[in-house]
Design a protein around this ligand. Structure first.
Ligand code: HC3
Length: 441
């Protein structure tokens, strides 16, 4: 049964929606290539989605306060379960359906911070690849010495509906109380599919499973069953947490079950003798507000600044203007890529670099990835550099130097003149020092 009963397509959009459905059936797997009707377009870029990982700042930092490694792993599981509602449900809940996000351009940034009783938690999200589209992010709280970083791309296919495989992974690192030994948790990403497309009110359902694998020896698995499987309730899951070599998925120390978008219980043990230790309602978990600089103060590469004309046009329902401003960015980006190719150089990412295999943290990651793969990750394509244009890591050195303007290309990267008019593409040029500038006309 669809999430939203009845027809959600506005009368005047019925034709374009059915053309859209037909185009999906034959698309090439690149979600950004889909041209969707106006009523289903979002004004938010995909680069903003990275914020969903840590809006629950209290739960995010909680594992850093727990001495017992098993309980710490349970707190990591609890945080992750609580992020799912924000990641995969909040937009449908708020907007009535899952809209098509703006497709980030190479170098697009989303920067912000949460400031609350847990101190400052900083977010850096950067589009590190355009073909294929890949977003990398890093979320850090220095006071509690915890950091989450990761990257992801999506590969879609059509069979009855849109099926999306996520490519990439997340890495959570923290210092247990009183310890200088870093603990790392590898988090795999679930595949998803879009339901209720035919009714014009698409929403996400998660499939298969997620693993959390830690170098403390603890492993957690979250199995998604979706609507109508065992309980008949949407967004159902069951989870198990055990210690490698001591327990197993069938014989866990802790377990959890319920609906990740609604309510779930955490239990000690599993099965009939399990004891409920907590009932969690994600809607009751306090979310912190992400502070993002006002658009006028943002750098040209910051998402809301870059897309403001497109977003304003979508909001006004002026699709001609939206298309004009969107192609202005796309054309300027194409011109930059052409120039880079001619000069045999690559776009410089502001905050992220490729992983270096001999780095200590990378060795830990490789080990955890091996464990995750041995657990069966048929649904996870966690390390596939060919599909994500590399393995992306937050580069502390780059980050320490990064400041506005993040790139000397400035407004030319958006095809804009300082007064907001469109810059002719031919004006994207290189000066004697090899930097990009503007030719006097
Ligand atoms: C598939 C998706 C884009 C990707 C979104 C991702 C996987 C991005 C990373 C986040 O951490 C988690 C996440 C959540 C939702 C995913 C989106 C849901 C729908 C969107 C498609 C591109 C939209 C398809 C268009 C339409 C009109 C059918 O909704």
């Amino acid at each position: 049964m669809p999430e939203t009963e009845g027809e959600a397509v506005p009368a005047q959009a019925k034709g374009s929606w059915s053309s859209f459905l037909k185009s999906i059936a034959s698309f090439n797997g690149d979600l950004s290539s889909l041209t969707a009707p106006a009523f289903i377009l979002s004004t938010q870029s995909l680069v903003e989605f990275s914020a969903y990982w840590a809006e629950n700042t209290g739960l995010f930092i909680a594992p850093t306060q727990e001495k017992d490694p098993g309980k710490r792993a349970l707190l990591v599981l609890r945080w992750l379960l609580n992020t799912l509602k924000q990641q995969y449900y909040s937009r449908s809940e708020k907007l009535g359906s899952e809209k098509k996000p703006l497709n980030p351009f190479l170098g697009e940034l989303f920067l912000g911070q949460w400031e609350d009783e847990y101190g400052v938690t900083r977010l850096v999200s950067e589009q590190v690849s355009h073909h294929p589209p890949v977003t990398a992010y890093c979320i850090t709280n220095d006071k509690y010495r915890i950091q989450l970083q990761g990257y992801n791309g999506q590969k879609a296919s059509f069979s009855r509906t849109i099926n999306v495989k996520q490519i990439g992974h997340a890495l959570l690192t923290l210092y247990p109380p009183g310890s200088e030994q870093k603990e790392t948790y590898l988090v795999t990403l679930p595949p998803l599919h879009i339901e209720s497309l035919i009714y014009g009110a698409p929403f996400v359902e998660l499939g298969k499973f997620i693993h959390i694998v830690s170098n403390s020896g603890y492993i957690a698995k979250i199995d998604f069953s979706g609507r109508g499987w065992v309980s008949g309730k949407k967004n159902s899951f069951s989870a198990a947490l055990w210690k490698h070599g001591e327990g197993s998925e069938k014989n866990p120390i802790y377990s959890a079950e319920g609906q990740w978008s609604d309510a779930f219980v955490l239990k000690e043990g599993d099965g009939k003798r399990a004891k409920v230790i907590d009932t969690v309602k994600p809607s009751e978990v306090a979310l912190s507000k992400l502070n993002v600089a006002p658009v006028e103060e943002q750098d040209v590469f910051e998402s809301r600044r870059a897309w403001r004309n497109v977003a304003r046009s979508i909001e006004k329902g002026d699709m001609d203007a939206a298309a004009h401003f969107k192609s202005r960015i796309e054309n300027a980006q194409r011109a930059l890529r052409k120039k880079e190719q001619e000069e045999n150089r690559e776009w410089r990412r502001a905050f992220f670099s490729q992983a270096s295999a001999d780095d200590e943290a990378e060795k830990v990651f490789q080990h955890l990835a091996k464990v995750a793969t041995s657990l069966g990750t048929y649904s996870w394509d966690g390390i596939a550099p060919d599909k994500t244009a590399g393995v992306w890591r937050f580069d502390e050195k780059k980050a320490a130097q990064a400041k506005k303007p993040f790139h000397e290309e400035g407004l030319l990267a958006l095809g804009e003149n300082p007064d907001g008019t469109s810059a002719p593409i031919s004006r994207v040029t290189t000066n004697q020092s090899g930097t990009v500038g503007q030719v006097a006309s």
